[in-house]
Design a protein around this ligand. Structure first.
Ligand code: ZN
Length: 401
């Protein structure tokens, strides 16, 4: 085994600059909207094997997993390989699926969110598979699916059904050069109020569900101002996002009205506490409203449904956790500076790895969070190289190099 030093890891990451860039171009050219990842999974199966993975599997949910090494601590790198749609085509100044390389950047939907993370992982896999035939750690390189529709569901499946429970998870979502150690949780909530339908010409005979919902809407608006705040994660929030009602006809009084909420949870708030808070509202009680958390049950590309409640817990790795220390040391040795430690604004698979399964998780990934879901999405090639070096070196820090 050649000696592992930050210098030779950096050199090898540089050597694979073109490889990572080309791999990202190809990943972008393969469209992979949530639930339609079959083609990109097939591509990655071949690519993982070509990069020297010990074993490549596609689980029954449709995630693609490459393993390298067979002993020691288990470290998983995660990149979700689905993307959101392109939005309005006229907002793009280039073909969203071109994968072109221009001015040191790779262009296209998924460039930053987050196929670049996968491209860096592939380069790291190449570096590590070449460095030794008997690595002192076990690595999983995971291409996870359906994240944009239901963050973390892929990892609920990996932990609970594949029975793979790593000691450490590294998310490769974009962090703009920073180490991210958590983000707010979120949940969807439905508040339902019933009424009694009657002819619209004599509304006094019935009970209008829409009118009964009205005070609840106002109460929710007021609630937003009173939610918990946290200096690091930010404030808990609640927003009304949709109203739906039902009546036998447009000449009838409504017998059902539903209010949909987007709730962001900060430190100390849980899906249970958020629900209890709504149930405690006087307006909710007076209207006899029912509160439900919708269930996600869209099938994956493999046709597997794995129903889960649409609540995604807050997660936060403590600032003084040894992984933050390892990540800082890794960054310092490779790049000569300590990284900023921050959080994501958006949500990631960390809701499952750390939020539900309690696996210590942090993020370091190519690209900027602001690019996610935006038109003219792109990522810097330099980011790919830096992240490949980080992923290839980090496991050595974990085993005490
Ligand atoms: Zn993402």
């Amino acid at each position: 085994m050649s000696k592992i030093t930050p210098e030779n890891i950096r050199e090898k990451a540089e050597k694979y600059r073109d490889y990572a860039t080309r791999a990202l171009s190809e990943l972008i050219r393969i469209r992979s909207f949530s639930g339609q990842e079959e083609e990109i999974v097939n591509f990655l199966q071949r690519e993982f094997a070509a990069c020297g993975a010990g074993e490549v599997t596609v689980d029954n949910f449709g995630n693609v997993l490459a393993r390298l090494g067979n002993r020691g601590p288990v470290i998983a790198f995660d990149a979700h390989i689905d993307t959101v749609d392109i939005g309005q085509p006229e907002r793009w100044s280039f073909d969203p699926f071109c994968g072109d390389i221009r001015d040191g950047r790779v262009l296209g939907r998924g460039a930053a969110d987050q196929k670049a993370g996968m491209a860096s992982m592939l380069a790291a896999l190449k570096i590590l598979s070449e460095s030794s035939t008997d690595l002192p750690f076990t690595l999983f390189f995971v291409g996870s699916v359906l994240e944009e529709d239901c963050d973390g569901l892929c990892w609920q499946y990996i932990v609970n059904e594949d029975k793979i429970v790593p000691d450490i998870v590294i998310l490769t979502e974009p962090t703009g050069g920073k180490i991210n150690r958590g983000h707010r949780g979120r949940m969807e909530i439905e508040i339902m109020v019933s009424g009694v339908a009657c002819h619209g010409s004599a509304p006094e005979r019935g009970q209008n569900a829409i009118y009964r919902l009205a005070p609840i809407i106002k109460a929710v608006e007021n609630l937003n101002g009173n939610l918990a705040d946290d200096p690091f994660l930010g404030k808990g929030t609640v927003a009304a996002t949709r109203i739906r009602s039902n009546a036998p006809s447009l000449n009838a009084v409504a017998d059902l009205a539903c209010l949909y909420l987007d709730r962001r949870l900060t430190r100390g708030e849980t899906p249970m506490s958020a629900r209890a808070e709504l149930e405690a509202l006087m307006e909710v009680q007076q209207a006899g409203a029912r509160i439900e958390i919708p269930v996600f049950e869209k099938p994956s590309w493999r046709g597997t449904t794995y129903p889960t409640s649409k609540s995604y817990p807050t997660w936060l790795l403590p600032e003084n956790h040894h992984l933050i220390d390892y990540a800082g040391r890794c960054h310092q040795r490779l790049f000569g500076s300590m990284p900023l430690v921050d959080k994501w604004i958006f949500s990631t698979n960390g809701v499952a790895t750390m939020g539900l399964a309690n696996i210590p998780t942090f993020g370091f990934g190519p690209g900027n969070e602001e690019m996610a879901h935006a038109a003219d999405e792109s990522v810097a090639v330099d980011d790919l190289v830096r992240c490949a070096a980080f992923y290839a070196y980090f496991p050595w820090i974990v085993v005490g190099q």
